[in-house]
Design a protein around this ligand. Sequence first.
Ligand code: BYC
Length: 317
Amino acid sequence: MTTVTSTDDEQRAFDALIDADARIEPRDGMPDDYRKTLIRQMSQHAHSEIIGMQPEGNWITRAPSLQRKAILMAKVQDEAGHGLYLYSATQTLGITRDEMTEQLIEGRAKYSSIFNYPTPTWADMGAIGWLVDGAAIVNQVPLCRCSYGPYARAMVRICKEESFHQRQGFEILLTLMQGTDAQKQMAQDAVDRWYWPSLMMFGPPDDESPNSARSMAWKIKRFSNDELRQRFVGMLVPQAEVLGVTLPDPNLRWNDDTQQYDMSPIDWDEFMAVLKGHGPMNAVRIQTRRDAHEGGAWVREAAAEYARKQQQKEQAA
Ligand code: BYC
């Protein structure tokens, strides 16, 4: 359980750890707002991993070969694992897993906007791996240096697995781009659909990001939303050339003066609508999660009963 800083001494100790770029651990005193910010970001992150299993889970039974099916199953299992690391890390801040799950299934918690889009074709598995996991890596590598120890350590492992996910997505698209005209078109259509939502994953522009300044001062975030978005686009441009796909932005070009990519404006109205629950798949995602939770109640009850009996046996022995 975490200790909230209650004295000037505790606050000074916390500030000194942040200044020294050291890690804050659950045993350390911390300002309540720091703890709340972490619970917000980490639980949203955990929910994203868990909800993120759905768009791809949709394709496990229809993957085009046994090998593709095995790879996709492994990837979706990895995402369940990421959710579990992150829920466990968040629990060190004094919130229970049950509370977090309740917030999610009652529609009170956010999760990444990206998972509210549908996956109508196999090429979406490629686009998710390449673009969504690609964006996740760019966003998450700096989180390995986050000031909160349990979050930073969880991110190290997650990032290793995300690199594999990104490569499998790239490879799916590369295979399609070497196929028939219809397969090439399928790959391009998927890139067209996922490109803009993947840019929105980095969050609102810096001047409209209410949490950034404080999270950066606390060294939870190391780079701003726009900095990471730019870094991501810079990574995609040469990879799109290798794939032979076109990124769907006619205004995308390197600007020597600003040392940045110029790009068309992002449709932030769409982003806000998805955040408010009006994306194409919001209702389905939450309903599916709620059904899975209710359908799994007997497993939780059986596990609790088993644990109770084991404990009884140990006490008797
Ligand atoms: N979607 O002040 P801001 C994955 C919210 S899973 C929804 O910039 P912050 C994967 C934001 O929460 C990847 N909401 O916030 C899994 C805030 O709302 P509240 C998930 C968003 O926190 C399966 C408000 O907008 N990754 O990779 O400083 C398969 C204002 O934003 C979004 C993470 O969760 C969004 N895109 O910065 C495949 C990474 N963007 O809470 C792949 C961890 C913003 O004030 N999170 N909002 O009501 C972060 O790094 C940061 O939370 C963000 C936002 C950069 C996302």
